[in-house]
Structures are given as structure tokens and as C-alpha cells.
Ligand binder design. Structure first.
Ligand code: GLU
Length: 305
């Protein structure tokens, strides 16, 4: 049994990320679970400086006392495992040649609150000849054949949630495995049965739960934590997002004060300073806030140079 944290190394961890990491760690440790770390560095083109950023992310987690078990898993080194898992989806996938624009044109309004556009199924029933023809102009992505499956799950924090799973991409046209596929394979491989992460990924959980079942894997217990937001209610902008552990420390904050700030934002009773380990016994799911954490302006302003 294990919980986990799985950062994408696109930028340093901001307060919202650190808070999610602390919640995931406390949830795991307070239930006697191991804690796994995984770096989601699949997209090497987009994540040019993955190595140095990931190193800083791991340093921040260590500085906060968020210990982990076993080696850190790097998704960029996991292609063979993904290929192997893909074999188990025999007959459940199809090649898709659509560009983003074509999909946007073929779909009506974005659906759900996250703007996800369900794939309209344009390439679902192409003949072998049509596929061969299209392969000449564009390497195909691979989609699952979800057949409009309806998935329901009970999120530990968000409660019951359900929806239709669309034919989502599991391997992109450039050959890279997609997040939704890698995350399911890796969580299972790392023995993860408890996934605590940001509420922005709640709709992905339906796809991932469906995929786990198709792969014959157990579906983890999900807990999607409301995000950290700026005082105007907007998501932390990049500018605001720059406030993380390093910057607070440069401003004279101790690690203990940062832990206390994050722990209090999670509804936990906490003195002025604390270690993550001291917070384990007091961790209580029922105290976690059901609404977003509004990061105080004076703290965000510490991020301005
Ligand atoms: N890598 C994602 C992020 O940094 C998290 C993915 C997950 O927890 O499943 O937001």
C-alpha cells in the first residue's frame, strides 16, 4: 500500500504543489502507507530543463521532510513498461490521425468544467486501406475504444463522481505515451493504492479508473484536493506561482514556518513552526477544506522581486 506525489518538472514547485505534496504524504504516512515519488518527465521536448528542475523539486520535498520509499521513478525511463502494458489492450485501441484543429472543429462546446473535448470518434472505424493511406501523411496517435463507458467512483474528498469516458489518447503521434496511460501503469507498478492530488485532475480520474480496469489493475482510492488560488479567486498565475520554498526561505522563513502555513491551509491544528512528521498523528481527512485555499496576498507578494 502506498501513496505518492508525481510532479511534472516544468517549473519549481509552488505553494499549491507543496501543499498537495504535504497532504499526500500525511495521508499516506498516517495510514501506514509507503510514499512513492515519480517524476513525470515524459515530454522531453516541452520539458527542456527537466533534470535541473526535477532535482530542485526533489530537494524541496526532502527539505520539507516528505520522505519517500524506494527509488524515484522517472517516466522517461519507463517506455518498455508502457509498451508491455499496451499489449494488454489488444483490440481496445485504434489509430487516430486527427489534428487538434480537426477535433476542435468536429466537437461542439467543451464539455464538463475543465474544458475537455470528448473525441468525436472520427477515426474509430477507418478501414485498413484508409489507415494505410493516412499513415503516409501523419504518424497516428493511439486512442482507446471506450464505447461511451460510464464510470463512477467515490472520491475521498470530492465525493461521488461519474461521467462518460471518451476515446482518449494513450500514445501520441510522436510516440510518447500520454499522461493518462503512464500514470495508471506507474501507479500500479509502484504499489500505489491512494492518490491524493489537485482537484484539476478529478475528471482524469474517470479515464484512469476505466483504463486501470481494462489493464486488469486495481483502481486506487482517489482524493482530489481543492486547489490553491490567488485572492481574486483565479488560479495561481505564473507570477504568483513563483512563490515556493526557496523564495520563502530567502525571505527569512524557516522550513518549519512553511510547513505550518501549509498544514494550517489543510485545516490542521499546528503551532507557528512544525515538522511534517509532527503533523502525522493529527492528520484528519474530515478537517481538509472542501473549498479552495486562497493564498494570502502578503504571502504571494513575497514572490515579487
Ligand atoms: N504531474 C501532475 C502535476 O504535476 C500530477 C499528476 C498526478 O498526480 O496524477 O500536476
Amino acid at each position: 500500500m502506498a501513496g505518492r506525489f508525481a510532479p511534472t518538472p516544468t517549473s519549481d514547485l509552488h505553494l499549491g504543489n507543496l501543499r498537495t505534496a504535504l497532504a499526500a504524504w500525511l495521508a499516506a504516512r498516517s495510514s501506514g502507507r509507503r510514499f512513492r515519488l515519480r517524476v513525470e518527465d515524459l515530454d522531453r521536448d516541452r520539458i527542456a530543463a527537466a533534470g535541473p528542475i526535477a532535482a530542485r523539486q526533489l530537494d524541496d520535498l526532502a527539505a520539507l521532510g516528505l520522505t519517500h520509499d524506494g527509488p524515484v521513478v522517472w517516466q522517461s525511463a519507463r517506455t518498455a513498461a508502457y509498451e508491455k502494458a499496451l499489449e494488454r489492450l489488444d483490440g481496445l485501441t485504434y489509430e487516430c490521425f486527427c489534428s487538434r484543429q480537426e477535433i476542435a472543429r468536429a466537437t461542439v462546446a467543451p464539455h464538463g468544467d475543465d474544458g475537455l473535448r470528448p473525441y468525436p470518434g472520427t477515426c474509430r472505424d477507418l478501414s485498413a486501406a484508409e489507415r494505410a493511406e493516412r499513415r503516409r501523411s501523419r504518424p497516428p496517435a493511439l486512442r482507446v475504444r471506450a464505447e461511451g463507458a460510464v464510470v463512477a467512483l467515490t472520491d475521498q474528498l470530492a465525493g461521488p463522481t461519474s461521467g462518460t469516458v471518451d476515446d482518449f489518447v494513450i500514445r501520441r503521434g510522436d510516440g510518447l505515451f500520454a499522461y493518462n496511460f503512464a500514470v495508471v501503469v506507474d501507479d500500479a507498478c509502484q504499489g500505489v493504492d491512494q492518490v491524493v492530488r489537485g482537484a484539476d485532475l478529478l475528471s482524469s480520474a474517470l479515464r484512469q479508473a476505466w483504463l486501470a480496469r481494462q489493464l486488469g489493475l486495481a483502481v486506487p482510492q482517489y482524493a482530489h484536493l481543492p486547489l490553491a488560488v490567488a485572492p481574486d479567486g483565479g488560479r495561481l498565475a505564473k507570477r504568483d506561482g513563483a512563490i515556493g520554498l526557496a523564495r520563502l526561505r530567502r525571505r527569512g522563513w524557516s522550513v518549519g514556518q512553511v510547513v505550518a502555513l501549509l498544514a494550517r491551509s489543510l485545516g490542521l491544528d499546528c503551532p507557528e513552526q512544525a515538522t511534517a512528521a509532527e503533523m502525522v498523528t493529527g492528520f484528519d481527512w474530515s478537517k481538509l477544506p472542501a473549498t479552495e485555499w486562497i493564498v494570502p496576498r502578503q504571502i504571494l507578494d513575497l514572490g515579487q522581486v
